[in-house]
Design a protein around this ligand. Structure first.
Ligand code: ZN
Length: 130
């Protein structure tokens, strides 16, 4: 493409992507009417775009989606949800187990830090000066 202006190449892409304004489309088509090279390039781009559009949306046989879905293994997410609805108390306990274990570990860590070197727990009681 030896046309001096790259402006038309950009316009071609905008028109093919359906992002050009009416004025931009008019400017491009006026140029294409007079420039053989750009018209040939635009036709090639349009042909390529049409091919890509056909590739992006292939025609599948009827029932294709249904047959693929039938071959997929059942989702584990549904199995967990079903188990949770059958055993609500256990599900609630399982959900609470994580934060409760964090609280227990945190409390134990805090207790471990307040022990002296003999293993005695140091407790500060306010007002006891004896
Ligand atoms: Zn041109």
């Amino acid at each position: 493409m030896s046309c001096a202006s790259k402006k038309y190449l950009s316009l071609m892409n905008k028109v093919l992507d359906q992002e050009a304004t009416e004025q931009e489309e008019r400017i491009l088509y006026e140029h294409l009417a007079n420039c053989v090279e750009c018209r040939a390039h635009f036709d090639e781009l349009k042909y390529s775009t049409d091919l890509l559009c056909r590739l992006a949306h292939p025609q599948l046989p009827a029932g294709f989606t249904k047959s693929v879905l039938a071959q997929l293994p059942p989702e584990k997410r549904h199995a967990i949800r079903r188990w949770g609805s059958r055993h609500p108390v256990l599900a609630a306990m399982a959900i609470c187990a994580v934060p409760m274990s964090l609280v227990i570990v945190g409390a134990r860590r805090q207790t471990m830090q307040s022990r002296d070197k003999n293993g005695y727990v140091l407790v500060k009681v306010s007002g006891d000066q004896t």
